[in-house]
Design a protein around this ligand. Structure first.
Ligand code: SAH
Length: 285
């Protein structure tokens, strides 16, 4: 049985950017992604950790960033440069950009990688998995939000918890499922340290979704399967629910959007080529 756990706080979400891109580490011979030059912050080992700033309406994030800026100015500057890079790469949803300008991505990777956290790159998070590239996170969130207000969202593949934190900024309730216990536990600690509220973390195989809180206005899948699991489609809200998932395997993957227009009516749209880690079966304890 999945182990249902809640995080005490609330967050916000969205992200992303690159041409063919992804949830996975870039390959050695792949085209270089646009990235921000990142000087190593002087305080990268600092453990001073404020909670996330209060949630604010899109477009008025200035106050929200003040507190973090005061404590981690080097990272604040890098984060805003990342957001500018995302704008330049076609991300225009202000809600997503505001969330990405607030959520400290460097707090979701090991300290040794913190100085690279605001590059447009996937980075290792342990257990052979990666934190998705900011651009693709932003891309998926932006596409998901076009449909209208999002009250409930489901994420398959919590990983480090970064995207879940972004989603919490944009929705009332987020359920995020991870199959690897070490990642699930670590994400819980990270979200707790940042006082992100509104995220319910579940340890389990996300291919079956989480029927208890269905239907979802948005479902984001952060790992690529050969086909989108039927159970997830069944948990999508009729009347505009949107699912975004990478489909395919290895280097042949495409981001797919499924909209549930009515109880029985689904519309499928194929978006850009992407590269994500594989969707796997069962739980790894
Ligand atoms: N959203 C994450 C991305 C993590 S990478 C972030 O912001 O960092 C994708 C994650 O999906 C990995 O942690 C992997 O363990 C997980 N995963 C793969 N198959 C899964 C499944 N069937 N159920 C739940 N999680 C799965």
């Amino acid at each position: 049985m999945p182990d249902r756990k809640s995080s005490p706080s609330r967050i916000i979400t969205t992200n992303s950017n690159t041409r063919v891109s992804t949830g996975q580490l870039p390959r050695r011979n792949s085209a270089r992604q646009p990235s921000v030059d990142v000087p190593r912050p002087a305080n990268s080992n600092t453990r001073v950790a404020p909670g996330l700033p209060a949630r604010t309406p899109a477009g008025s994030q200035a106050n929200a960033t003040t507190r973090l800026s005061a404590v981690e100015p080097a990272f604040e500057g890098l984060r805003q440069r990342m957001v500018q890079g995302l704008r330049g790469a076609g991300i225009s949803d202000e809600r997503v950009l505001a969330a990405m300008s607030r959520v400290p991505r460097h707090r979701f990777v090991d300290e040794g990688l913190a100085s690279r956290a605001y590059e447009n790159a996937a980075l290792p998070i342990g257990a052979g998995q990666t934190i998705s590239q900011p651009w693709i996170v932003a891309r998926m969130l932006s596409a998901a939000l076009v449909g209208g207000p999002v009250r409930r969202a489901l994420e398959v593949g919590t990983g480090c918890g970064y995207q879940a934190a972004l989603m919490a900024q944009l929705t009332d309730h987020v359920v995020s499922i991870e199959r690897v216990r070490s990642l699930h536990d670590q994400a819980r600690e990270r979200l707790r340290a940042l006082r992100v509220a509104g995220v319910q973390l579940v340890l389990g195989d996300g291919q079956t979704g989480w029927p208890a809180d269905a239907p979802y206005d948005v479902i984001l899948v952060a790992a690529a399967g050969i086909a989108i699991p039927q159970a997830l489609l069944a948990q999508l809200a009729p009347g505009g629910g949107r699912l975004l998932a990478p489909e395919g395997s290895g280097s042949h993957q495409r981001l797919v959007m499924i909209e549930r227009l009515t109880q029985e009516g689904f519309r499928r749209t194929e978006l850009e080529a992407v590269r994500f880690v594989p969707l796997q079966t069962g739980v790894q304890l």
